[in-house]
Design a protein around this ligand. Structure first.
Ligand SMILES: [Zn+2]
Ligand SMILES: [Zn+2]
Length: 491
């Protein structure tokens, strides 16, 4: 009898994805090499969209008015299951691949410090796996439905998906799945922080700082006073709020010129978007106060925002079952030795932070699990799952998707235990077989979850009801105003 017809979906997806592993690894390495930052991921988006076209997907490029966003579809009709892929890099993290010491390849160059080269390709590989599975079963089972890969640019500080949600590209999607490379295996079950990012541009009057200081109106003074005001505000905000700033324009290198122009970028976060908006209003008043104090003018330029992540417990339980079926990535001696070398470069504090992340993702059950990790350099199993309400003190633009479509995500182990994200260690391991194995496993878990949703409409309906009942009480409102467009890193 034909094995393709009798094998379980887990077994078939494993075989189908493994059959194309070299191809997928090659795409991940290409995206790693390009290391393009937000909304400038031209070559990365081309590699991935061309690959999907070659696999028989129908591709639409430049969606939601973003040049590097695209959607690739296979199949027809409902349900529509989306796999979300990212492919943007970070500035200043250039690093040699597969190395175990900090070695930039290019001074001040970019690097895939969040592993998005793996993230995007795993979602692509998962979508291709589902396509191949459906093709095989077409004659016997003829499953209806569509699998889509969404090419989502600008996750790092860009909120690409929030713009895409605003433009309605997910409106007919029934469920969305994604993942993130990590130093452990778990379901991403925690809510995240909503945020708003905005520039404050001050305009004053230049003058000779010694000869005619009374004629100068310093924009840099205004930035400094604004920051002082904001730092005093910290005591009077909700406990889960965070805000950070970066002086993006100082007004020049000359102390003997009163700075006529200066700019500061504020990133404000809290669990509830309403709290972020309240903080944003107060920060705007502080900016106006700083302008009044200094006799300058201020203009606020809204940059971007994203909503907090809304976990879908129905989908998480399904994804955990799929993760258990496929298992955690397995490693050979060479990979274990590499992980040992990387592990020796991470601090005790980093290790503790990884443990804390596992516990916050897995709740009480994960505490005993973490105790067993002591002394290990590499995780080889899956953390227990429980629906966690603990807050992850970070933000992701998957948040906005999760408000309009039932969404689930997992963490898959790609790095030595204790590896913190946004570091050279992630860049190095993202170009190694450690990262590639995690990527392929993530592809299988997402593909398995997608196939399970296509085969069991009742679970999909349950996931949709879960989201529906939550958003009936609290409807979604896109936090980015209509007239704001995505901005690249070097705007
Ligand atoms: Zn990141
Ligand atoms: Zn990331």
């Amino acid at each position: 009898m034909d094995a393709t017809a009798t094998d379980s979906p887990t077994r078939r997806l494993d075989v189908l994805i493994e059959a194309k592993r070299d191809r997928f690894i090659d795409y991940a390495n290409q995206v790693w090499e390009y290391a393009e930052t937000r909304f400038e991921e031209t070559r990365s988006a081309k590699t991935l969209s061309d690959a999907l076209e070659a696999e028989g997907f129908q591709v639409e490029r430049g969606i939601a008015g973003i040049e590097t966003a695209f959607v690739a579809s296979y199949g027809s009709g409902k349900p529509v299951i989306a796999l979300l892929g990212e492919y943007d890099a970070l500035a200043g993290l250039s690093q040699r691949g597969e190395s175990s010491e900090a070695e930039p390849l290019v001074a001040d160059g970019n690097g895939h410090g969040c592993g998005h080269n793996l993230l995007g390709v795993a979602a692509l590989a998962g979508a291709v796996g589902v396509r191949d599975y459906l093709e095989e079963r077409r004659s016997t089972h003829g499953l209806p439905g569509t699998v889509r890969f969404y090419g989502c640019p600008g996750e790092e500080g860009g909120s690409g998906k929030t713009f895409m949600v605003r433009e309605g590209v997910f409106d007919d999607v029934d469920a969305a799945l994604t993942w993130h490379p990590q130093a452990f295996n778990a379901i991403f079950s925690t809510p995240t922080l909503a945020n708003i990012q905005a520039y404050f541009r001050f305009k004053g009057t230049a003058a000779h700082a010694a000869n005619s200081p009374h004629l100068g109106r310093s924009a840099l003074d205004a930035v400094e006073l604004m920051n002082v005001g904001a730092n005093y505000l910290r005591e009077h905000v909700v406990p889960d709020a965070r805000f950070h700033y970066s002086i993006t324009r100082t007004g020049g290198a000359s102390p003997n010129v009163v700075q006529a122009e200066a700019e500061v970028l504020y990133l404000m976060r809290a669990r509830r978007m309403a709290d972020v908006q309240a903080i944003f209003e107060r920060i705007q008043k502080i900016a106006q106060g700083a302008a009044m104090m200094t006799g300058t003018e201020v203009e606020m330029v809204f940059d971007k925002a994203c909503s907090g992540y809304r976990p879908n417990r129905t989908l998480e339980r399904l994804m955990q079952a799929q993760f258990e079926a496929f298992g955690a990535p397995r490693h050979d001696e060479k990979e274990k030795a590499y992980a040992e070398r990387i592990h020796s470069t991470v601090s005790e504090d980093d290790l503790r932070t990884t443990y804390a992340n596992i516990v916050s993702a897995g709740g009480e059950a994960a505490e005993a699990y973490v105790d067993e990790l002591d002394g290990k350099a590499l995780v080889d199993d899956l953390a227990p799952y429980s629906a966690s309400e603990a807050l992850m003190y970070g933000s992701t633009d998957v948040g906005d998707v999760s408000w309009v479509v039932p969404t689930a995500q997992c963490y898959v182990n790609c790095f030595a235990l204790g590896t913190p994200l946004h570091t050279w260690q992630v860049v190095a391991q993202g170009r190694s077989s450690l990262g590639h194995k995690g990527m392929l496993q993530a592809a299988k878990v997402m593909a398995g979850t997608a196939v399970a949703l296509l085969e069991t409409p009742a679970t999909l309906a349950e996931a949709q009801e879960e989201l529906g009942s939550a958003t009936r009480r609290q409807p979604y409102c896109c936090p980015i105003p209509e007239d704001v467009t995505p901005s690249p890193l070097k705007g």
